[in-house]
Design a protein around this ligand. Structure first.
Ligand code: ACO
Ligand code: ZN
Length: 310
């Protein structure tokens, strides 16, 4: 049975036994063979196959390579549907971001959620993709725009979430793309003049990546603060940090605490940057080669509350 296309499938306790067992052996997509980590509700006729085959551009799933080949002859996609909102040539790669509306490109969005669920254990999978936007990161070459990862974002979030789910596909992990996706999500929040935070709970890998991004971003800001007129120590409030980074106040405070930088002294928070912190920051910064260039972002926020549902 194909997954229902409306409503949501939540992973509650009752379903645990069935839904948590990994059901797909292998996924072949473009030039990658990827082993799923967790259960994903692909149609049952696919789960007995040793491998399922995905069109790397529209993410349609097939039971066999023959079926995929016949799909490829018809499939016109060479990039994700939606608007290309960012493109930049880096020394090793040209990268793009596409914005996909979960209402306008339902089939793509649902296929993306099915693929993502293979690597996300603790998240609820929504088949109702209408309330979400999907930001897909691609590596570009002569053959097309190849998906590297994505994050989803609610069009309107009552809790100021700026990311619902985030994923780097396993062949691309640990190369800095997770932090690039996170950086992009905060650039969108800056353009919206809002602070944002990822939806909870975070996975262990999600928390690691966010902690690392928050630490680097906040340290970079603090290190570049100018001293006062009489060479006094620079001053900044937590709210100012939140305002200029779009990182929510709570996340700013928890990051400073986890870095052990914050002390309460005579009624004020004092941040003390030690030589060791500065050295660690330099090392972290050297590793981070690809960064978002805000000049290349071709995007303006939409007010979704003013739009009708249709
Ligand atoms: N073991 C130890 N550290 C790791 C690992 C790992 N397996 N993977 C990443 N890290 C660390 C990196 O060392 C890096 O830290 P550093 O810069 O301080 O050295 C940091 O995490 C980020 O690394 P990136 O290479 O930028 O991230 P990556 O492209 O691997 O993506 C992500 C991170 C998105 C969390 C990825 O692991 C993933 O897709 N996981 C599966 C899905 C998931 O858990 N998503 C988050 C769920 S929470 C949510 O959706 C809101
Ligand atoms: Zn296709």
């Amino acid at each position: 049975m194909a997954p229902s296309t409306s409503g949501s499938l939540s992973i509650n306790n009752h379903d645990d036994a069935i839904t948590r067992i990994k059901n797909i052996e292998m996924i072949e997509m473009g030039r990658h063979r990827i082993k799923p980590w967790y259960f994903s509700p692909y149609p049952s006729e696919l789960v007995d196959e040793p491998c399922i085959f995905l069109c790397e551009f529209c993410l349609k799933y097939c039971k066999s390579r023959t079926c995929l080949k016949s799909h490829n002859r018809k499939c016109l996609f060479k990039y994700p549907p939606g608007n290309e909102v960012y493109r930049k040539k880096y020394s090793s790669q040209t990268l793009s971001f596409f914005e996909i509306d979960g209402r306008k490109n339902k089939s793509y969005s649902q296929n993306l959620c099915l693929l993502a669920k293979c690597f996300l254990d603790h998240k609820t999978l929504y088949y109702d993709t209408d309330p979400f936007l999907f930001y897909v990161l691609t590596e570009n070459d002569d053959h097309g725009f190849h998906i590297v990862g994505y994050f989803s974002k609610e069009k309107e979030s009552s809790e100021d979430y700026n990311v619902a789910c985030i994923l780097t596909l396993p062949p691309y992990q640990r190369k800095g793309y997770g932090k690039l996706l996170i950086e992009f999500s905060y650039e969108l929040s800056k353009a919206e003049l809002k602070a944002g935070s990822p939806e909870k709970p975070l996975s262990d890998l999600g928390l690691l990546s966010y902690r690392s991004y928050w630490s680097e971003t906040i340290l970079e800001l603090l290190i570049n603060l100018k001293p006062g007129e009489n060479h006094e120590k620079p001053q900044i409030t937590i709210s100012e940090v939140a305002e200029s980074t779009s990182i929510k106040r709570d996340d700013v405070v928890s990051t400073l605490q986890s870095l052990n930088l914050i002390n309460y002294y005579k009624g004020q928070y004092i941040i003390n940057l030690t030589e060791e912190t500065l050295n660690n920051f330099e090392k972290m910064n050297e590793k981070r080669k690809i960064r978002i260039d805000p000049k290349e972002l071709k995007w303006t926020p939409k007010d979704w509350s003013k739009r009708g549902k249709w």
